[in-house]
Design a protein around this ligand. Structure first.
Ligand SMILES: Nc1ncnc2c1ncn2[C@@H]1O[C@H](COP(=O)(O)OP(=O)(O)OP(=O)(O)O)[C@@H](O)[C@H]1O
Length: 628
């Protein structure tokens, strides 16, 4: 629809509704019409815009303190969207559950314009006070909504095009709203998709802390989505469901009323050993892949039992890796850091965990930090911790920091090459002095952790181009282990057999046919162990008990690779969030091709590539910005 035509239709709808008192059905989206009706029945008058009292700075500070947790959970998404907002001359807005604006980030020029219609911190954008608008209406409707131009109830808000999604906490209560707002004259096609994805991430982050005493089930029908923000999450206390995310409830066919009502045994017939991703069977016969974790004090005991243990994947180590492992353990115990290099999915973290498990530090913590996944603004405070009140938005009681959490144990810094240069020098100081000074002052605290770092690209290259400090490189790269990609594994048939046996279990009665085995071994596995294990798990879930898995059950790209058709581009199966320029080009091409083949449907394209929708949105937008 042309923008002009859409505006004319809305204006016609307004005339019918506000001047003639008729319902303009078909001319305006039903949720907007419902909102106009609510506003009218509250006695709001279209020609009398609301009067907003700006909040005093003290009140605003108190508001921020009250919502410290929400601000912290949303910060990575706000930071990620800030760039998109600047690029499209719009702003990202976070509000509380009453629609009070907590934070506005993005284009300074548009923020200034928006503040003229009071779209700024400390101002309420609830529907009751500000009429139909994306924030307030999303809160009332409890669903994502876009409100464009004249769809807003009040005249001055017509300059805005807004897209908002409510943030729901693990008990189903509204926690706030994330919104993107820009000029009504510009079409912001991706805004609603972006806020929905960002809210998914924020809601997922609610489960990172606070449920350590509970059993958490993370699962999905599609094993590839386990571990992403799209996975279902259900939290059980003494077997009773006490918290969840929308995906978890949806996958089980439940809604929020199930909290405190249903139990874990009431949902799952068969489950997997704690801590391991494996098949799960729902009470209604549904099949999922997932993982049960916690409660924290029970995981150490290892649970599971012999029947369940057959789904556990014990690392498969070649003689060479076994040798490297025993050397790494000895070096770590002698306080020499270990650097693990290898393509994605080759098992760098698995290796680091093995080193920890075999070392004298096994009973102490293993703390893994992915430097590429932490937003730059958060790495410092997350790693090094801070004192109470160190900065605005800090937790009131301060934060210990991951380095101190690893005290006595092993700190695993994944994607160390993505650590900002300023923090590299701070890390180096900690490694040299064996003490940390948290942000915001306070006395240095002694720390004792062994360090294992990992990288998917040679750090020496980064040193050569100035992206990594040479002194830190010398410090952490005293012993380097390079894990080989699966395509150069000496005996892939045996590897496939060993993994299959572990995953399916001896008595599972689902053998792999010779041909399927041959094709699996012939494939080049660009995603290495992660991709192979994931594919085998999917085959097991789909297999019929007692019948061998034939070659026909394998995905087409694995079958075609053996017939000489070129294998899928490696980039498509590698994680695409890393900013690696040549790889980024391949990735972009693969994404565009997948989008084209899927008729522009982002979900289908993501599924084809085996990646998350978020990655496509982020990467394509990131790319656009870079090109702009
Ligand atoms: N040696 C191994 N034997 C069996 N499975 C393995 C092995 N190494 C890795 N895997 C499987 O691959 C998955 C990914 O491994 P891991 O996270 O250690 O890879 P990575 O190299 O750290 O990947 P990335 O660089 O993407 O972070 C593991 O969860 C496990 O299922």
């Amino acid at each position: 629809m042309q923008a002009g035509t859409a505006t004319d239709t809305i204006l016609a709808a307004r005339r019918r509704f506000f001047d003639e008192g008729c319902l303009p059905e078909g001319l305006v989206a039903t949720p907007i019409l419902r909102s106009w009706q609510r506003c009218a029945s509250r006695g709001l008058a279209v020609d009398r815009a609301p009067r907003v009292e700006p909040m005093a700075s003290g009140e605003l500070r108190a508001l921020h303190e009250r919502h410290e947790r929400l601000l912290r959970l949303a910060r990575p998404e706000i930071e990620a969207l800030r760039g998109d907002a600047e690029w499209t001359d719009s702003v990202v807005i976070l509000t509380d559950a009453a629609g009070l604006v907590l934070d506005v980030a993005g284009s300074a020029a548009f923020a200034d314009r928006a503040s003229r219609v009071a779209l700024r911190p400390g101002v309420p954008w609830s529907e009751a006070e500000t009429g139909t608008n994306a924030i307030g209406t999303a809160l009332v409707e409890r669903r994502p909504i876009a409100v464009h131009g004249a769809e807003h109830f009040f005249e001055p808000h017509r300059i805005l095009a807004c897209a908002a999604a409510p943030i729901v906490d693990p008990r189903g209560a509204l926690a706030g709203v994330l919104d993107m707002s820009g000029h009504a004259a510009v079409r912001h096609l991706h805004a609603l998709g972006l806020v929905r994805l960002a809210v998914e991430q924020i809601e997922h982050r609610f489960f990172d802390h606070g449920f350590e005493h509970c059993t958490i089930l993370r699962f999905h029908r599609d094993g590839e989505l386990v571990g992403t923000a799209r996975e279902g999450v259900l939290v059980f206390e003494e077997e009773r469901l006490v918290a969840a995310n929308r995906h978890g409830l949806g996958l089980m066919g439940l809604d929020w009323s199930a909290l405190d009502e249903v139990t874990l045994p009431g949902l799952l017939r068969r489950s997997t050993p704690r801590g391991e991703v494996g098949p799960l069977q729902g009470r209604r016969g549904e099949t999922f892949l997932g993982r049960l974790v916690g409660p924290a004090r029970r995981t150490r005991r290892g649970g599971g039992g012999p029947a369940a243990a057959r789904h556990k994947v014990e690392p498969i180590l070649t003689g060479e890796v076994r040798q490297a492992l025993s050397e790494a353990v000895r070096l770590l115990e002698a306080d020499v850091p270990v650097l693990v290099q290898g393509e994605t999915g080759t098992g760098k973290e698995v290796f680091a965990r093995q080193v920890h498990a075999l070392s004298v530090r096994a009973e102490r913590p293993f703390v893994a930090v992915n430097c590429a996944a932490l937003p730059e603004g958060l790495i410092e405070s997350e790693l090094f911790g801070y004192e109470a009140g160190a900065f605005t938005g800090a937790r009131r009681e301060g934060h210990k920091g991951l380095l101190r959490q690893a005290d006595g144990g092993v700190l695993f810094l994944d994607e160390i090459g993505d650590m900002p240069l300023s923090l590299q020098s701070r890390l180096l100081r900690v490694l040299q002095d064996k003490e940390i000074s948290p942000l915001g002052g306070g006395r240095p605290v002694p720390v004792d952790f062994a360090l294992v770092c990992a990288t998917h690209r040679p750090l020496s290259d980064l040193v050569a181009t100035g992206g990594f400090r040479q002194d830190l490189y010398f410090r952490i790269a005293q012993y380097v282990v390079t894990l080989q990609p699966l395509r150069s594994h000496p005996d892939r048939i045996r590897l496939v057999r060993d993994l299959w046996r572990q995953l399916a279990g001896e008595e599972a009665g689902t053998p792999l046919s010779r041909e399927a085995e041959r094709l699996l071994a012939a494939y080049n596995w660009p995603g290495n162990f992660r991709q192979l294990v994931g594919s085998l798990r999917a085959l097991i879930v789909l297999a019929e008990r007692g019948r061998p898995v034939e070659a026909a059950a394998l995905p087409a790209d694995i079958r075609s690779a053996a017939t000489g058709t070129p294998a899928e581009p490696e980039a498509a199966a590698r994680p695409v969030d890393r900013i690696d320029r040549p790889l980024a080009e391949h990735t972009r091409e693969a994404m565009l091709a997948a989008l084209e083949a899927s008729g522009g449907n982002v979900s289908h394209a993501a599924r084809r590539l085996g990646i998350d929708r978020t990655t496509i949105y982020r990467r394509l937008l990131w790319d656009k910005r870079r090109r702009a």
